[in-house]
Design a protein around this ligand. Structure first.
Ligand code: IMP
Ligand code: MG
Length: 198
């Protein structure tokens, strides 16, 4: 019983992987409500069109959309980055386009994390050509230390250090997206038998 009541500091990983909780679900939920209110205050009377970047942004978008009062619609786009690992390689390709036009709409791009900025730089170029009325960016997480492209988000949930994170939509090889909060993933280095940051 005592064990159950004690606050856990990690999520279950695999024998070779550990996930240390960085931002628990309760803090994320509170922050998303704040962001939703802020967005509505900035655009008090306009219908808002959220564009989520699959798949990482699904939970952030679904909570954000339900937190914004008034008229809200949403759509999804998917991109992949060329390269051998999960992190962005710099070259981005569109793999699923939006269903509807964004022309004349107040668009908020919703992304899980702003890392090097290459993905959002690419997407913002694509969207600007489609003549939205306004174009804004909301990210759950911002990792400014890794920035390469000159991109900034208008709405940031949390600024985090340069660590590889999973959970609340973010994955490592498609796993851990379902964790309720965000945690830092560490991998066990087989030769040393120790855990180190990814
Ligand atoms: P960027 O193009 O480097 O800004 O990277 C954006 C994409 O890289 C995100 O949408 C994620 O899919 C992925 N990414 C970057 N950092 C992390 C991380 O720490 N964990 C999981 N995915 C990440
Ligand atoms: Mg992503």
């Amino acid at each position: 019983m005592a064990d159950k009541r004690r606050k856990s500091r990690s999520y279950d990983g695999t024998p070779d992987e550990k996930v240390r909780i960085l931002i628990p679900r309760s803090r994320i939920q509170r922050r998303i409500i704040e962001l939703a209110k802020q967005i509505r205050q900035d655009f008090p009377k306009e219908p808002l069109h959220l564009v989520g970047v699959l798949k990482g942004a699904v939970f952030f978008l679904s909570d954000l959309a339900r937190g914004i009062t008034g008229e809200v619609s949403f759509d999804f786009i998917a991109v992949s980055s060329y390269g051998k690992n999960a992190r962005s390689s710099g070259q981005v390709k569109l793999t699923k386009d939006l269903d509807a036009s964004i022309e004349g709409k107040t668009v908020i791009v919703v992304e899980d994390i702003l890392d090097t900025g290459m993905t959002l730089q690419y997407l913002l170029r694509v969207f600007e050509q489609r003549k939205p009325k306004r174009l804004r960016v909301a990210v759950l997480l911002d990792k400014p230390d890794r920035r390469i492209a000159a991109v900034r988000a208008d709405y940031v949930g949390f600024t985090i250090p340069n660590e590889f994170v999973v959970g609340f939509g973010l994955d490592y090889a498609e796993r851990y997206r379902n964790l309720p909060g965000v945690g830092v993933l560490t991998l066990k280095t087989r030769d040393k038998g120790e855990f180190s940051d990814k």
